[in-house]
Design a protein around this ligand. Structure first.
Ligand code: ADP
Ligand code: MG
Length: 218
């Protein structure tokens, strides 16, 4: 069964056509990297899969539910419960510590907090950022912030993990580490993983690579 099925998707910003009649299908548990030059529409596509951006026409089916037909309220629930999103820029709130940042989706979704806490603590240990949990985002490095970001995205065990240039701000060593963790964790959890990147070193770690050129996937 397809976890994601996109049909004839179109998206324009004014006269700029960003996604051009795109169709795309993905089975559950797959790990895919989408590559392409800056401005080719990668982020826009990922945002539409994440229910963060609306299309002009077409269908975006995730687990047989069409995101383009869902209410804002249903989309908010979808974003909270069904997907994890790792943004290029971390979007950690500066006024609360890293643990509280990680627990935000759990609090919003009224999940069992102590269960989520023990789960994310395990992830933090594994990712080597246990010591960061009680620090504010500005007190930890970029690589650590990105790992915190990743733990937050995984905190509610999403079926689908969408990552926009997750290693964009990292040096090559941290970039490799984060990429391998993404692959390892998603495999272990049976999570479908889509990573967008323009970094060849990141892309070559994936078996399944797709190119985006001017809003079309090849
Ligand atoms: P990529 O992630 O591949 O670099 P994007 O999806 O961010 O590409 O952007 C594709 C094109 O759409 C670019 O030309 C960009 O300037 C334009 N674009 C993206 N978001 C907006 C927006 N909110 N308003 C207007 N133009 C946008
Ligand atoms: Mg982008």
């Amino acid at each position: 069964m397809s976890v994601i099925k996109v049909e004839n998707l179109n998206k324009s910003y004014g006269s700029l056509k960003v996604i051009d009649n795109l169709s795309f299908e993905l089975k559950g548990g797959e790990q895919v990297v989408i590559m392409g030059a800056s401005g080719s529409g990668k982020s826009t596509f990922l945002y539409m899969l994440g229910g963060l951006e609306k299309c002009n026409s077409g269908k975006v089916l995730v687990n047989d539910r069409d995101l383009t037909k869902m209410s804002d309220e249903a989309l908010a629930k979808y974003r909270n419960k069904d997907i994890g999103f790792v943004f290029q820029f971390h979007f950690l709130l500066p006024t609360i510590d890293c643990l509280e940042n990680i627990l935000m989706p759990a609090r919003l979704g009224k999940a069992n907090l102590s269960k989520v806490k023990s789960y994310v603590l395990g992830l933090a240990k594994r990712l080597g950022v246990e010591d960061c949990l009680n620090k504010f985002p500005y007190q930890v490095s970029g690589g650590q912030q990105q790992r915190i970001n990743l733990i937050r995205a995984l905190s509610l065990k999403p079926k689908l993990l969408l990552c926009d240039e997750p290693t964009g701000n990292l040096d090559s060593k941290n970039s490799e580490l984060v990429t391998d963790l993404l692959l390892e964790l998603s495999k272990e959890m049976g999570t479908t993983l889509i990573v967008v990147t323009h970094d060849d070193d990141v892309a070559e770690r994936f078996e399944y690579q797709i190119q985006m050129v001017d809003g079309i996937l090849n």
